[in-house]
Design a protein around this ligand. Structure first.
Ligand SMILES: [Zn+2]
Length: 355
């Protein structure tokens, strides 16, 4: 047993990890594309969205999802693995009891549900060392080599137990640090002039462009990009904008992946894992919301692409996977023994790793 774990770790090629999330992006959009139950509804903000509807509509879910998320279905499904299509018997669910953002992100980043300590979205400092901090410690990285860029300001609390142990920039907050590129300084200034409808969530464009430039100029070994607009537009009942920001998320994945493959530091030795913090409702009456009282909001999805993940595509095996399995999966793909991460409750997802 011990020997096989060591051998598996020995064979791993992943030297860098990129995690990307799209807040509250439903498994329904990921696996079915535009939702026929919402796409004509005035109360979902679709009354003037005829052009978008035409662009994204096709008869089968397989065609529709390709139109909405061409990188996910063209590249991740071809070279990597996707979990969570409930239509085909597979599922991923959150283990925490809340089905809201902080508990979900914390479950992703710590490999456990912390239902007593984290009950909602209040910005309390994460009481547990996150997998980003653990990786930094295991790989002996400088704080700036483990970075988190988030659209939502609460990531300053979610991302680390010990403030300053990794590099975090999230919400409407000036980017700090030595030797920032002109582009990073420009983006940092721009965010305050390019306001969103929400006080605690900046534009995903700022978050993504900062992450891309940071990748090119600072070359982190671990980077987490947390996009947020998919959730906020849903709460505002703007399905048109949800679709557009989901499309933008897909474009971001393509740009990140192509940038990684163009740099010798990353090419062939970087794994990118993509997922979400929670699901949402599934009817016209409740699609915009989520939480412990919304049926189905516990279901999420996970995708991965990289040298240690098989090209298995969409998994149709009848099995239940958990959000808490993500952190141990990242550690396993990086060739580390996830059991050394104290208190971890999840286990590495078999479908996402080669033996
Ligand atoms: Zn939300």
């Amino acid at each position: 047993m011990v020997c096989s774990v060591l051998l598996a770790a020995d064979k791993r090629q992943t030297e860098n990890l990129i995690l990307v999330t799209a807040d509250g992006l439903r498994w329904q959009e990921v696996f079915r594309g535009i939702d026929p139950a919402l796409m004509n509804a005035k109360e979902a903000g679709m009354e003037n969205a005829g052009e978008l509807r035409t662009k994204l509509w096709a008869e089968s879910p397989e065609q529709r999802r390709r139109l909405l998320l061409p990188f996910v279905w063209g590249e991740i499904a071809r070279q990597g693995t996707l979990l969570g299509n409930r239509d085909k018997g597979n599922s991923v669910r959150v283990a925490n009891g809340y089905r809201v953002s902080y508990p979900g992100y914390s479950e992703i980043l710590t490999g456990r549900a912390q239902d007593a300590a984290i009950q909602g979205n209040k910005p309390i400092q994460n009481p547990t060392e996150t997998v980003l901090e653990f990786l930094r410690r295991q790989w002996r990285l400088r704080p700036e080599q483990a970075a988190l860029f988030g659209s939502w300001e609460v990531f300053h609390a979610i991302g680390e137990r010990r403030p300053g142990s990794i590099a975090i920039n999230a919400g409407f907050r000036a980017l700090e640090g030595a030797n920032l590129s002109p582009r990073l300084r420009e983006l940092s200034n721009m965010q305050f002039e390019l306001l969103t409808p929400w006080r605690s969530v900046r534009h995903d464009y700022i978050t993504m462009e900062m992450a891309l430039d940071y990748l090119k100029t600072k070359r982190p070994r671990v980077m987490y990009v947390a996009l947020g607009e998919t959730d906020d537009w849903a709460h505002d009942r703007r399905y048109d904008r949800v679709l557009e920001t989901a499309s933008y998320f897909d474009q971001c994945l393509r740009r990140l992946w192509e940038t990684l493959q163009s740099m010798p530091e990353y090419r062939g030795k970087t794994t990118m894992l993509v997922t979400t913090d929670h699901g949402r409702g599934h009817t016209l009456a409740d699609w915009h919301g989520h939480g412990d009282d919304v049926e189905g909001a516990e279901y999420i999805w996970i995708g991965a692409i990289g040298p240690d993940t098989p090209a298995a595509g969409e998994i149709t095996a009848a099995e239940e996977n958990f959000q808490r399995d993500i952190a141990p999966t990242l550690l396993d793909l990086a060739g580390l023994d996830y059991r050394e991460y104290e208190g971890v409750q999840g286990t590495p997802l078999r479908a996402l790793r080669k033996d």
